[in-house]
Design a binder for this molecule. Structure first.
Ligand SMILES: *Cc1c(COP(=O)(O)O)cnc(C)c1O
Length: 357
């Protein structure tokens, strides 16, 4: 009955399915790449003060000026080269709409962030997937050929593999007349950001999020950086959809978080150190580990295999991500938690593997 009222095509949309967010607090949650530590104390103490009555009575700054200024300063840009949105998912959606609705297909890797095909369907964008090599490496030369644009996460998700800036430059040079988006959701965990290329490449848009390395997934804040003509395009789309995507509280908290670069560097260092010891511990148990520069590890467990291990861990209150998709259905994606959480994961894996033999 309800479908009677839907616009044509809505029924055919296949929405993105996020990793589950269970209510239980006792679970070890290693399935959605959240940061295991609380955000910058500067940001959190702002919230604790709770003095938002006036800020909330009014509409927020539609241009998020202070926040964009803080981001620009952080990345050596000017504030007209920065666009902010309600999570980088929103920034991505507006970017697909603004740059990729063309007669040639958008190119992205066959194994990548699974929101991309959803935006393509929503905005009626044709796309062509470029197969990763057997070791899950992105081969930049494979992106030559007819393209309406390119989007690549760097590091890629859910593989964790990272491209060097040389390779990103190669990608940018393939289609100088098309926008190339580098989705840097995980760049702070060991990769080199393409933001330093913005000055030289008018077709480059770099997208960041506060959800991973800033431990603010619940705040919903993402941003895009690029030359002014690209940011202007995004503003047109945004201002035709929602003038106030960033609420007053998010603007203040995000600004404080971006300015606390000492906390950020320290946090990333901790996550990287835990990733390295987790990789070694998993390898010792016979897991194959894809080299990661992200806050997660894609890994192929020994018998009883990925799906059985995922289910057994789940039974024991440890959530990891299993994708029943071609090429990665023998792998698990494990987010990096605290050292204690990872120790527990390793212990439980060891027991499950032993009980199967
Ligand atoms: C997590 C993630 C995002 C989304 O981030 P939000 O800012 O929370 O919307 C975007 N791209 C990739 C590749 C991600 O993994």
């Amino acid at each position: 009955m309800s479908k009677l009222f839907w616009s044509p095509g809505l029924e055919k949309l296949e929405p993105y399915t996020p990793g589950e967010q269970p209510n239980s607090q006792t679970l070890v949650k290693l399935n959605t790449n959240e940061n295991p530590y609380p955000a910058s104390p500067e940001a959190l103490s702002l919230l604790a003060q709770g003095d938002f009555a006036d800020a909330l009575r009014r509409y927020p700054d539609p241009e998020s000026c202070e926040l964009r200024e803080a981001i620009a300063e952080r990345y050596n840009l000017n504030n007209r080269q920065v666009f902010v949105g309600n999570g980088s998912d929103e920034v991505l959606a507006l970017s697909f709409y603004s740059f990729f609705r063309r007669s040639e297909p958008l190119l992205y890797p066959d194994i990548t962030y699974s929101f991309y095909p959803v935006y393509c369907q929503l905005f009626d964008i044709e796309f062509r997937t470029i197969p990763l090599r057997n070791d899950f490496a992105i081969a930049v030369e494979d992106f030559a050929g007819n393209a309406g644009g390119i989007i690549v996460p760097n590091p890629n998700a859910p593989t964790g593999r990272c491209l060097s800036l040389d390779k990103i430059e190669e990608l940018l040079g393939l289609h100088p007349e098309r926008v190339v988006i580098i989705d840097e959701a995980y760049i702070d965990f060991g990769g080199e950001s393409a933001t330093q290329l913005i000055e030289r490449y008018p077709n480059l848009l770099v997208i960041h999020t506060l959800s991973k390395s800033y431990a603010l997934a619940g705040l919903r804040l993402g941003f895009a950086m690029g030359q002014e003509h690209l940011i202007e395009g995004l503003l047109r789309a945004k201002n035709s959809f929602n003038s106030y995507p960033i609420d007053a509280i998010a603007q203040q908290v995000a600004t404080a978080a971006i300015r606390d670069s000492a906390w950020h560097a320290d946090n990333c260092g901790k996550v990287i150190a835990t990733r390295q010891r987790s990789e070694q511990a998993l390898q010792k148990l016979g897991f194959q580990v894809v080299p990661s520069k992200a806050n997660f590890i894609l890994t192929k467990p020994p018998a009883p295999g990925a799906e059985a291990l995922y289910l057994a861990l789940r039974e024991q209150g440890i959530l990891v991500r299993y994708f029943s998709k071609p090429r990665i259905n023998e792998y698990l994606r494990i987010s990096i938690g605290t050292d204690e959480e990872m120790d527990q994961l390793i212990r439980n894996c060891k027991e499950i593997l032993a009980s199967q033999s």
